[in-house]
Design a protein around this ligand. Structure first.
Ligand code: NAI
Length: 323
């Protein structure tokens, strides 16, 4: 039997951990020996209000009741000062930061034409700028330590789209781009950066789901994936995982085979594009590419033409349309 994965001597910062998914991550990490900073500014679902200490305090109390170690923090992830103060509270209480779970979130759903700048900006500020504000001071400590585990929280709304959520979808997909680069910068310091797209019952989803499904959507069906990604055992970096109701899969950006058009230094025409539309759209043998350079190299080295096209009649010329 596998040894139980533990987080002894590790320190985790979990943003928005006063309720919902973040609270469950905090309780479960603490139950496996992790010291936890429970951050939550205690606002309403749309980010209004705030300044209530009780959600974070309650979770800290729960952790202490079960014999764990935790401190509360009420700072706002949406400002650089808030992010710095959140990480400082980990240093003050426990002397290090090994794990950051960027989980704090709000919703301001509106169809696009009703999406006022205020609603756009508020969602960007918490999800995207929040992850930047908190991760940056932590990353510097992780780099010195030579160890770090960072979690971004995306959403199916960002990965696939959801009506009425242009702000939220943009912020959530931006976190995937953030991960894509941070995984490269953290690579040689054993800093792993991964992204989870959760699906769970919380106040963010209670009015979206039918009640009978809602009951089966405990955050505990998501948290094992997040804890695994936070563990020393995790060798993955730069990956996206969907997790909900006990179902798990990996999502990825895939790139199809490239088609080369134009002759020498003569650029292709838009008719060339139209004529080759099917080939350009093909995802046959699609690949995952790890960084910009490998994507460039892959695009500039199209797959060998199919056998019959590769051996044209004598004097024949291979036209892209033949491939
Ligand atoms: P929740 O509303 O229960 O938890 C979010 C917490 O973040 C709240 O306790 C809130 O007070 C806190 N928070 C909000 N703004 C903050 C700020 N500026 N600074 C510090 N804390 C702040 O919601 P839930 O569902 O647990 O969401 C957690 C994360 O998972 C969010 O990022 C959300 O977008 C994401 N998510 C959730 C899904 C679900 O099915 N529940 C689906 C996809 C993504």
């Amino acid at each position: 039997e596998m040894d139980k994965i533990n987080f002894n001597d590790r320190v985790a910062v979990i943003t928005g951990a006063g309720g919902g998914l973040g609270r469950t991550y905090a309780l479960e990490l603490a139950s496996r020996g992790c010291k936890v900073v429970v951050n939550d500014l205690g606002g309403a679902r749309d980010g209004s209000g705030g300044g209530s200490a009780s959600p974070a305090d309650n979770v800290v109390e729960e952790i202490k009741q079960m014999g764990g170690e935790a401190v509360a923090n009420y700072d706002n992830v949406a400002t650089p000062e808030g992010g710095a103060a959140i990480i400082q509270s980990a240093i003050d209480a426990f002397g290090r930061v090994d794990i950051v779970i960027n989980n704090a979130g709000i919703l301001r759903d509106k169809s696009f034409l009703k999406m006022e700048p205020e609603n756009w900006n508020a969602v960007m500020a918490v999800h995207l700028h929040g992850a930047y504000n908190v991760t940056k001071p932590a990353f510097s400590i992780m780099k010195q330590q030579g160890f770090g585990r960072i979690i971004m929280t995306t959403s199916a709304a960002g990965l696939y789209g959801n009506f009425g959520q242009t702000n939220y979808s943009s912020a959530k997909m931006a976190l995937v781009g953030f991960m894509n680069t941070l995984k490269l910068e953290g690579g040689k310091y054993n800093i792993k950066v991964n992204t989870v797209a959760p699906l769970a019952a919380s106040r963010l989803t209670e009015d979206i789901m039918p009640p009978e499904i809602f009951a089966k959507m405990k955050p505990e069906f998501v948290s094992p994936m997040v804890l695994y990604l936070c563990s020393e055992d995790c060798k993955e970096t730069g990956q996206i995982f969907n997790a909900g109701m006990g179902y798990f899969n990996r999502a990825a950006v895939m790139t199809g085979p490239s088609v080369q058009l134009g002759e020498g230094d003569t650029p292709p025409t838009l008719e060339d594009i139209a004529d080759n539309w099917e080939a350009i759209n093909s995802m046959e043998g699609a690949k995952e590419l790890n960084d910009l350079n490998s994507a460039m190299f892959d695009m500039l080295s199209p797959p060998a033409p199919a056998a019959e096209a590769a051996a044209p009649a004598a004097g024949g010329e291979i036209k892209p349309a033949d491939i």
